[in-house]
Design a protein around this ligand. Sequence first.
Ligand code: GDD
Length: 343
Amino acid sequence: MKNALITGINGQDGSFLSELLLEKGYNVYGILRRKSVVDYGNVEHIKDKIHFIYADMTDVVSLINAMKISQADEVYNLAAQSFVATSWEQPIATAEIDAVGVTNMLEAIRTINPKCKYYQASTSEMFGKVQAIPQDENTPFYPRSPYGVAKLYGHWITKNYRESFGLFTCSGILFNHEGERRGKEFVTRKITDTVARIKLGVADCLELGNLDSKRDWGHSKDYVRAMWLMLQQDEPDDYVVATGVTRTVREFVDIAFKKAGIDIEFSGSGLDEIGKDKATGKVLVKINPKFFRPAEVELLLGTPKKAEEKLGWTREISFDEMVERMVQTDLALVRKEIEYAKL
Ligand code: GDD
């Protein structure tokens, strides 16, 4: 029986990865940060099956302790300040967690068990102002946010510890991956949650920033399988995980509303663009400049060829199914909220 240690276990990816590893018979250890109220987040439903350890990416002593307690054979570093917009407001915290935190984790591994395999959650945000379309493992990086810059450090230090100390370290350059457990600050879940609220009559309008930005969106459940596969190979390496299809935020909005039975018609441009309900003429989508970023990543489109060929990785959840699942889940959650409010 293998031991796995997951940082960021209560996030979207942490929860899907925990489920996968438990299914495979792993002992799953998860790092939680101390808060005044215990927050199991997305692993609430399986919390009895997980061994929790309190630690923090910015405190190497706590990570050494986590390595000792877990006796981990595999570490998956999913902990991060992961919201790009916040990284302009908290650039130092973002760097301490997403950049230096990686070195802390790698040092803890090197100290306690240098044979332990390590997965680093790298990101397509590192491509930023893209230097080639589509992006693959050889595309040069050009990060556009403090988050992207911090993640790029994490990526390179992971590679460097592989080359310097022979550690088995892999970086997964994952493109956007979404799902029913996604935080509501990210655009996809913000859209599906608000669509559900509009449909059920408890919200009037969806306010967004840049509708033109394009993302390559897959489902988190598929992407955590790629993380695990990377650590089962004979040699450590870095892999892009993506769908190979890119869509605008506007397209996501359109499809999400359709899933709730509402047809949207867009008109106008720039800050004056609006989306109206075709049936009623009511404005359901507006632009709010507060959701624009100081520097934008305009287009991400990845090619998962290497992951498919070398890892045998395939996607099981299509884009359409993903949006459907997200909208249906949010409709059910909002219905429950409405019922609860009536009590
Ligand atoms: N969040 C948000 N809210 N984004 C908006 C909005 C809005 O109201 N309106 C437009 N957008 C645009 C953003 O400007 C961005 O171009 C795009 O929607 C996606 O934003 P997010 O969903 O916040 O994700 P992200 O692409 O910035 O970052 C995510 O993917 C990365 C991988 O490329 C995060 O999961 C990162 O942690 C991850 O590394």
